[in-house]
Design a binder for this molecule. Structure first.
Ligand SMILES: [Zn+2]
Length: 314
């Protein structure tokens, strides 16, 4: 019997899962993320969690086929994580470091959004397609590309970073990445709130959103669903930008499916339809009826993708 671990290192928690050789998630749990400039304390904690899990389950280390590890930053061709700003890390060969500290081999690392895309492709919304791009709408806008069964990470680890494609060259505010005018500045949960505040200020339309002390992306989509005109103006605006960015990505990748995930995607079919309609305005007619789907694995997409990576490499 073979097993593998899927690990997803996030800004606040590290999600972990033990998978069977058939890709079944046998156990999942999470631990708080140890932040700091050194990655070793976190890897040590993850390694100890694995040891505990193995003794709980009566599994020998030799039965572990490998570990997949999703990291919150770009990972280049050589396996170098080019910094994980959210948790304080600089450049680190995370896979090699993890193998040394955890003494479990091999460890495959990749960008978290890319692994989430691979997870949806292998086990979730994209189970029956041959290629997809996935966009996660959360605190930021993440993206991943799976082409002909393989996740694309690129030479420098930038492949799939749709959130940082420039959609407004005249933007004056700076994105988290240091650039100006990124999709993420408008279409992440944070960006949507920023847009909502802007629309509220610049318009005289009445809206229940005006009664809220602090607007969230969830409030915005709820009001839009209820038919509030101003909320609809805002959601249409951000959906238009998303649709445009997805269309641009499709001119390069032309995947079979587009998957929308992340916290904001809980707005469901309503959001999906709005993005899809905006997308259709920006592509060739023959490319218009592309499949759009909501992500299925939610917070587990990263660990599923990390496990899929182990199976793919084996
Ligand atoms: Zn950016």
């Amino acid at each position: 019997m073979e097993y593998c671990f899927g690990v997803d290192i996030g800004g606040t928690t590290v999600k972990m899962g033990l998978f069977s050789g058939e890709g079944e998630l046998l156990e999942k749990w999470e631990i708080p993320t140890k932040k700091g400039t050194d990655s070793k304390p976190l890897l040590k904690a993850v390694g100890e969690e694995m040891e505990k899990c193995l003794s709980r389950k009566g599994i020998k280390k030799e039965e572990i086929a490998g570990v997949g590890m999703a990291a919150p930053g770009p990972v280049n061709e050589e396996g170098l994580l080019r910094g994980a700003v959210n948790i304080g890390w600089g450049d680190v060969f995370l896979g090699r470091e993890a193998e040394k500290i955890m003494e479990i081999f091999p460890v495959f690392i990749g960008n978290d959004a890319s692994f989430a895309a691979l997870g949806e492709f292998t086990f979730g919304a994209g189970k029956d397609v041959s290629s997809l791009i996935m966009i996660t709408l959360g605190t930021g806008v993440g993206g991943g590309v799976v082409l002909n069964g393989q996740v694309l990470m690129g030479k420098t680890g930038t492949a799939g970073e749709i959130g940082h494609t420039t959609i407004n060259p005249f933007e004056t505010l700076t994105c988290n990445c240091g650039k100006k005018g990124c999709l993420e500045q408008y279409a992440s949960a944070t960006g949507m709130v920023r847009m909502a505040e802007k629309f509220l200020q610049e318009s005289n339309k009445p809206s229940p959103l005006r009664q809220l002390d602090k607007i969230t992306a969830k409030d915005l989509w709820e009001q839009a669903k209820k038919g509030d005109e101003l909320a609809l103006d805002i959601t249409k605006y951000v959906s238009h930008l998303l649709g445009m960015a997805i269309a641009n990505a499709c001119y390069i990748v032309d995947p079979e499916m587009v998957v929308i995930g992340g916290g904001v995607s809980q707005a469901g079919q309503f959001l999906l339809k709005m993005i899809q309609e905006a997308y259709a305005q920006h592509v060739f007619p023959h490319c218009r009826d592309k499949k759009f789907a909501l992500a299925k694995l939610h917070n587990d997409a990263g660990i599923y993708g990390a496990a899929a990576m182990v199976f793919e490499k084996k």
